[in-house]
Design a binder for this molecule. Structure first.
Ligand code: G6P
Ligand code: MG
Length: 222
């Protein structure tokens, strides 16, 4: 029986994924790296340091920097990113998501956030969504980033639920892989080819309706 919903934040609740990408692109250019189009998906869902490593790989610069320099680069990106999320308001919740959250609450479903972002609490505050999400996985407590299932298992545990009692929502292929490794039902939001591992896929949040996702979940349980 469905009892809870687990959400990635960036690219699912709000379009902060594009701000992450813009800040990474800026940093990459500063250090002489041009990111290829596939970086768009490759960077989604990865922790700050994992993302920096992916960027250095694209530029063939792995091993070039000391740990202190890596920390400085990551911090520089985070400053630019924090600047861009400052102006976020309720209006920045992606189309359809507020209705979906309200409907889920009316159905008595428990809600949790599974985001690798240390900025998730700031964003939820700016979007005025804190009341919906008493349960947010603290990324500081995690050992492994997505696609490892750890964060989705942690979210399920916060809700006190089993894997087959939740639906999890993701916009990144690494995130969908993490959900499937946690044996949960995965809803992918984005390109169907990129997110092919998901159990149910919609092109964007405007096309996402809770009853359709629930029907797909129930169908799979049978
Ligand atoms: C999320 C985003 C990633 C981001 C990561 C860490 O998973 O999808 O793009 O790198 O969080 O975010 P942070 O705000 O802590 O740098
Ligand atoms: Mg995401």
């Amino acid at each position: 029986m469905l009892k809870g919903l687990i959400f990635d934040l960036d690219g699912v609740i709000t379009d902060s994924a594009s701000y992450h990408l813009a800040a990474w692109n800026q940093l990459a250019q500063e250090i002489g790296i041009t990111l290829p189009p596939e970086a768009n998906d490759a960077l989604r869902g990865r922790s700050r340091m994992d993302s920096l490593n992916v960027i250095l790989q694209y530029g063939d610069q792995v091993g070039k920097y000391s740990q202190a320099e890596l920390d400085e680069l990551a911090e520089r990106k985070n400053k630019a990113y924090r600047q861009s999320i400052k102006a976020m308001t309720r209006a920045d919740v992606l189309p359809g998501m507020l209705d979906l959250l309200q409907e889920a609450q009316q159905q008595g479903l428990r809600l949790a956030i599974a985001s690798a972002s240390k900025n998730a609490p700031t964003i939820l505050h700016n979007l005025q969504l804190e009341d919906y999400f008493p349960d947010i996985v603290d990324p500081e407590t995690l050992k492994h980033g997505k696609p490892d299932p750890e964060i989705f298992i942690a979210a399920q545990n916060l809700l006190g639920l089993n894997a087959d009692e939740v639906i999890s929502f993701e916009d990144a292929s690494t995130g969908v892989a993490a959900i499937k490794a946690a044996h949960q039902f995965a809803v992918g939001i984005g390109d169907a080819q990129v997110l092919h591992q998901a159990d149910y896929i919609v092109p964007d949040t405007a096309a996402l309706h809770l009853d359709d996702a629930e029907a797909a979940y129930h169908h799979q349980l049978q």
